[in-house]
Design a protein. Structure first.
Length: 277
């Protein structure tokens, strides 16, 4: 039976509350009058998110040598400039805590794909002169819909690429909605920026509408291709990530940029996974 909008929102609020906190934090950080105590108080409302923020703040990717167990210290050391990135990582790690039975997908693979995609997307966004932070968050959160669909009460299991090469087609037949559409519905509900939502909505096929110019979707598509190239892709997406001249032009990057970002993404992924293992 197709999932209703209300069911999607209910599942999303239940399965990914840390992502909603991240959305509210972004709004707070944009307020020039917001105080540090308000920011810390918001994070503390979610104990699981607080745990992941503190843990990730001790990662070498933030240049921290002496670990801390205190949220105030963690936020102070990372700084407000890096805080949004840190909380986005923490929210994603919180979401990627269980295997997705319906997709035969381990929590570790979902986390690895998210981190590597975000790292690749961030570098490509910098090269294209776009907002790297939002693109990084889009890379982290693009698969949120899979987590939400997996939480629906169903015995359905994705049979694999041999039978359904495109997982979105299987999702549409099974639920009446794709995981990608679920992701964008939830992010819109949580009032994430429109540009970020549009990038995620269109990234599987950014050239589908020749009249639209969605550079953000193209950047995210190319980042997913980088990640697939070094073996961290997800089942049912193989055909979506072909790098073409048209995508490069729309994204505003070169083939050399894409090759370089592969090295950056792998390094970021390796450092982060080693530090939270």
């Amino acid at each position: 039976m197709p999932l209703t909008h209300d069911t999607i929102i209910s599942l999303g609020n239940k399965l990914a509350p840390a992502v909603a906190t991240f959305g509210r934090l972004r709004e707070l950080l944009q307020d020039p009058e917001a105080e540090l105590d308000e920011i810390i108080k918001l994070i503390r409302l979610d104990p699981a998110l607080t745990f992941h923020v503190v843990r990730l703040s001790n990662s070498v990717i933030f240049g921290i040598r002496e670990p801390t167990e205190c949220l105030n210290v963690a936020v102070g050391r990372v700084g407000l400039g890096e805080l949004l990135r840190l909380v986005a990582l923490a929210a994603t790690q919180h979401v990627c805590q269980r295997d997705l039975r319906m997709y035969r997908l381990s929590a570790s693979r979902l986390w690895e794909n998210s981190v590597a995609t975000a790292a690749a997307a961030e570098l490509l966004a910098e090269r294209a002169g776009r907002e790297a932070g939002l693109t990084y968050a889009a890379g982290l959160l693009r698969t949120l819909g899979r987590v939400i669909l997996d939480g629906a009460a169903t015995r359905e299991v994705y049979p694999g690429e041999a039978e359904w090469p495109c997982v979105a087609d299987w999702e549409k037949k099974t639920f009446g909605i794709t995981a990608l559409e679920v992701t964008t519905e939830m992010l819109a509900h949580w009032r994430f920026p429109g540009d970020m939502i549009a990038a995620i909505r269109g990234h599987a096929n950014p050239l589908a509408d020749p009249e639209a110019s969605n550079a953000g979707a193209c950047l995210l598509n190319l980042a997913c291709g980088v990640v697939a190239h070094f073996g961290l892709d997800l089942p049912g997406e193989t055909g979506d990530w072909v790098c073409t001249p048209a995508k490069l032009i729309l994204a505003g990057v070169t083939e050399a940029d894409v090759k370089e970002c592969a090295t950056h993404a792998r390094r970021h992924f390796t450092l982060l996974c080693a530090s939270v293992a």
